[in-house]
Ligand binder design. Structure first.
Ligand code: ADP
Ligand code: AIR
Ligand code: ASP
Length: 293
């Protein structure tokens, strides 16, 4: 039933954009979009690619859950509700073309760029900015680049940095509680205009093991996308472990012989939707971009 219905929806849906990890469609209501999570794993600027069965389903679920938890502690997010295994409905935003990376532990490009040993705790969370442009390889930039080129203004930047640090505090605690270390992560933000033309900065895109480094606190095992990049073992195994510890999938996991176990997937309790139902659509219905005079 589910499949037939979503296929029909897909057929008449207007595709807005296809990225590396997701496809974006027009949503059913004005001011909304549908995020479809693909099974594609892409690294090294698109040169290393694979299809990983189960990744899209797990990421959809993990991002829905994390966004809902963040909303619960007062961080405005684009998430509205989960639609099916692979899709979620979100508010449509005017995206700010900057990736915000927050780091707690040295890893990845920080380790390479400055020749630092991976695994060392930083004395305080480090916030970095990258210009979101795949053709340029998402270069590291400073806040002054953002202001000079008008990608965001100083008030927006203040809010973006403060929100990113709050996300870090909350998620670090959440992951510590389930025996995981949040090493670093990437966020994207967008703008939404309210009823009185007031501007809201909203957390967007996804928060998943594609966009976070997450290590097991005991063993140091990498459970995130680095498994794919460095061929450290089955990617979905790592993502499932994170989802299990978050209480999102049963102990037995979601996969059966390399395929999604549809029975398990169908039975997953949809806590996110319970909470999302209580949320208001008001801001979406009235959202419009103010006319510049
Ligand atoms: P990429 O573009 O890096 O390949 P994805 O495949 O994840 O990444 O594509 C998702 C696209 O949707 C990204 O360009 C992201 O900036 C954009 N996006 C995320 N959330 C929203 C939103 N709420 N409104 C509009 N665009 C969004
Ligand atoms: N990230 C950055 N651009 C895209 C993504 N997903 C995330 C990585 C990592 C963090 O940002 O997944 O969690 C820092 O990445 P790097 O490569 O700069 O060390
Ligand atoms: N730009 C990121 C990458 O290179 C993807 C993202 O923005 O989510 O993987």
């Amino acid at each position: 039933m589910e499949t037939i219905r979503s296929d029909r929806l897909l057929a008449k849906r207007n595709k807005l954009y296809e990225g590396k990890a997701k496809i974006i469609y027009d949503g059913p209501e004005p001011g909304t979009i549908v995020q479809y999570f693909k099974d594609d794993a892409v690294a090294l600027n698109g040169t290393k690619k694979d299809i990983v069965a189960g990744k899209g389903v797990l990421n959809n679920r993990i991002s829905s859950h994390i966004m809902t938890r963040l909303e619960g502690v007062g961080i405005p997010t684009h998430f509205l509700h989960s639609m099916n295994m692979r899709e979620q409905l979100t508010r449509k935003l005017e995206m700010i073309p900057v990736e915000i990376v927050v780091r707690n532990i040295v890893a990845g490009s920080l380790s390479k760029r400055l020749g630092l040993e991976e695994g060392k705790y930083l004395p305080k969370p480090l916030v970095e900015f990258y210009y979101k442009d795949d053709a340029l390889g998402n270069p590291l930039i400073s806040e002054d680049h953002i202001l000079t080129f008008g990608w965001a203004d100083p008030y927006e930047m203040e809010e973006i940095v403060a929100m990113s640090l709050r996300v870090n505090d909350y998620l670090s605690g959440l992951f510590t509680g389930i025996g995981l270390k949040l090493v670093d992560f990437k966020l994207e933000f967008g703008r939404l205009w309210g009823e009185y033309d007031e501007l809201y900065i909203i957390l967007a895109d996804e928060i998943t093991p594609d966009t976070c480094r997450i290590w097991d606190a005991q063993t140091g095992e990498k459970l995130d996308k680095d498994r794919f990049l460095y061929d450290l073992g089955d990617l979905v195994e790592g993502y499932q472990e994170i989802a299990k510890r978050l209480g999102l999938i049963p102990e037995g996991g979601l996969m059966k012989e390399g395929e999604i176990n549809e029975d398990v997937a169908a039975q997953l309790e949809d806590i996110e939707n319970e909470r999302a139902r209580e949320r208001k659509f008001k801001a979406v219905k009235t959202a419009k971009k103010p006319q510049k005079s």
